[in-house]
Design a protein around this ligand. Sequence first.
Ligand SMILES: Cc1cc2nc3c(=O)[nH]c(=O)nc-3n(C[C@H](O)[C@H](O)[C@H](O)COP(=O)(O)OP(=O)(O)OC[C@H]3O[C@@H](n4cnc5c(N)ncnc54)[C@H](O)[C@@H]3O)c2cc1C
Length: 490
Amino acid sequence: MLGTVARSRPRVVIVGGGVSGLATAFDLHRRVGAAAQLTLVEAGSRLGGKVVAGQFSGHLVDTGPDAILMRVPALTALLDELGLSDQIVPQAALGAYIWSRGKLRRLPAGTMFGVPERLIPLLSSRLLSPTGLARAALDLVLPRRAVPQQDLSIAELIVPRLGRQVFDRLVDPLLGGVHAGRAAELSARSTVPEIEALARKNRSLYLGLRRLRRHAPPTTGGVVLASLSGGLGRLVAALEARLGAADLRLNSTVRRVVRDGGGYRVELADGTSIAADAVVLATQAFVSARLLADLAPDATTLLEQIPYVDVATVWLAYPRSAVSRPLDGSGFLVPPQEGKLLVGCTWASVKWPDLADDDLVLIRGMVGRRGDRRWLGMDDEALVRAVHAELVESMGMTASPVDQRIDRWPQAMPQYLVGHRERLDALDAALRDQPGLYVTGAAYRGIGLASCVADAGRVGAIAAQQITTDIARKGPRLAADDRPSSEVTS
Ligand SMILES: Cc1cc2nc3c(=O)[nH]c(=O)nc-3n(C[C@H](O)[C@H](O)[C@H](O)COP(=O)(O)OP(=O)(O)OC[C@H]3O[C@@H](n4cnc5c(N)ncnc54)[C@H](O)[C@@H]3O)c2cc1C
């Protein structure tokens, strides 16, 4: 329960204790300090949301996200500030494979979201047929094409420049691996903004990409993807530790947010409510849609238009002797038109030095992408059998796995379909009548953890501005706190 001191300060309620909610709380705490009471409300019994660790074959593994993108300045700044920079564990720089037409083929070095930077590695990977390669090379000589102003799908952007094969065999599998989506439906502007900008500015995508790489600021030590020593839970723990006097409430499900005088009332499933001057919804878009149904129905409609895809991760441990091929990569991705269940496969004990094992090879397969729900009908044993069969086919496994772990992630991957940016603009407009109400999270401006941190900083800055100006002018709300909602409404 909050005391009288808390009530004399404006209160910000952050709903959702995943990385987005935690990073927003941390950002606000840093900006406004003790000037506001921060309350973070999480439905589950732990913080971190999808960042979660578990045991597998004697190792502590990140069962959800396992890598952070070090190219995003907001993330590296946060790691610095949290004192985690010396805990960064780079992913082994071994490159990856694509499972295409019956073989694992090298993903050409230097691609960005599957768009190649050079033709020679593309040639030697034999990913494309001679005609596909010739079509891809045309990008070097084709005249400039005007890119229409409206949002395009990634297919509409890439195919006219590099041809169908680059799209099918490189771009689509890479985006499947990150978004569990189909690149023919995903918005180019929201999913691959760097590539979209390149296509607008340059006659040739290759040359544009090469120029971009030449001028890109270097990442810390050249590391692109990394984990933290002990796993990504370190980030969650460090954020929590730095939240000071914030009021963290676990096992508290928010049911809805309603207007209450000049502020809001956050109603919980247990019948209590929390009065707030500002509310940040760091929940999944479909949850935020429900929470706002009474307050902002237009926002609810827009939030419901962001679909999510179910995925599962299948961990298998093989005796070393069962793997005859060299494990000289971080794993492989699978183009959707191959018709396989696997979307991608990480050779975890090779990719992460912390997971190296003398006796076992640890593999993590991912299944589930938009339009492919076959695995949903399978029980764990059937799923393991199916994934193992695909590993026999792709990697030549000669024995069965000796250990397994399955994590199912329902409604896990938000899809930025064509028109996503326009939907976000409309969402901002729909929330304009609700001052002090914000949404953040993986559903909006970047699906990865690094982008979630960046968006949390954006929302934190706006909310802090509101706290220091608007609320200072009006004074904090003096509404009842933490009482049963029946009391508040009566
Ligand atoms: C299998 C998998 C692998 C991934 N791999 C990577 C990767 O390697 N790198 C990467 O950068 N990203 C990866 N991602 C994506 C990344 O994990 C997510 O985008 C990110 O964790 C989202 O964080 P978030 O805080 O926005 O949402 P979440 O982590 O989903 O947090 C939302 C929180 O809100 C809470 N909540 C929901 N409803 C309520 C309610 N009514 N009241 C109160 N609380 C509520 C939930 O319990 C949850 O804790 C992966 C995702 C999955 C599923």
